[in-house]
Design a protein around this ligand. Sequence first.
Ligand code: F6P
Length: 317
Amino acid sequence: MKKIGIVTRDCAGINAAIRAVVRTAYFYDIEVVGILKGYEGLINNKIVPLSRHSVSGIINQGGTILKTTRSMKFFTEEGQKEAVKTMQNNGIEGLIVIGGNGSLRGAHELATKHNIPVVGVPATIDNDINGVESAIGADTAINVALDAVDKIRDTALSLERIFVVEVMGRDCGYIALTVALAGGCEEVLLPEKEFNIKKICEEITEGNIKGKISWIIIVAEGRARASDIAKEINEITGLETREVVLGHIQRGGRATAFDRILAARYGNFAVELLKEGETDKCVTLSNNKLITIPLEDAIKPKDIEVEDYYRLIKVLT
Ligand code: F6P
């Protein structure tokens, strides 16, 4: 393989992964180009050369230097044909796709429908890639959210208030669950678990009678809106309840050491796989060893186990 391209989505740690891909490729004398704005750039021929030097100083930058957008056209036959034509015209022989579910689904389609050598690198704060324990970006997002929750707790304690904190996680409660446990939060509402607002309010009221006056409830965006939950708690308990929506601050910022190391290992491995003729694979870890899983499996919905952590959150409250 003489020339490869990189397509990315965005989250902390992706630049570290781009750097790892580029530096590994040049180590093996493979040329690298970046595709600007994700699959849209592949359709519109937005290709930039990436030298060893062009990725210096990006290891600690959030986002993606390649920029990105969601491309609807890419998921049409016409869009994919144009993407393949761009690859052929530019002599791009293989692709490394760094991103979440949508990006990996696109990678699988390129590999299976168009016979393009493609390796996927899981990177999403939601950590919802099936068969992947750790996606790049999730650890950073959890630590950003945890830092915010720690600060909110200061005010919750000082003013004896209830806070409902909404974290990201479209279909997956991973961020909410881990932040709730790490932050010593009293309750967590997850897409994977039913909840009973009346029961939660009873617990708050009982606690309040016994002298427990501040609560932090984490809610995953895929389960409910923090504003609705705060309003209901206030109406039922009569206690002052505020909402905070953390939003996109969880996706950006400097990646943690964990995410940068993951990015270095995944990026390096992805290039080696392409070089060895592998395709339609997603990189991941098993017992801290690099392995691959079929992209077909990676894009299936992921079931996360929530009961153990949830039980612990309630026992430790
Ligand atoms: O999938 C990652 C994620 O950050 C989700 O947690 C969130 O729901 C979604 O992306 C937001 O996407 P956008 O920035 O395109 O609105």
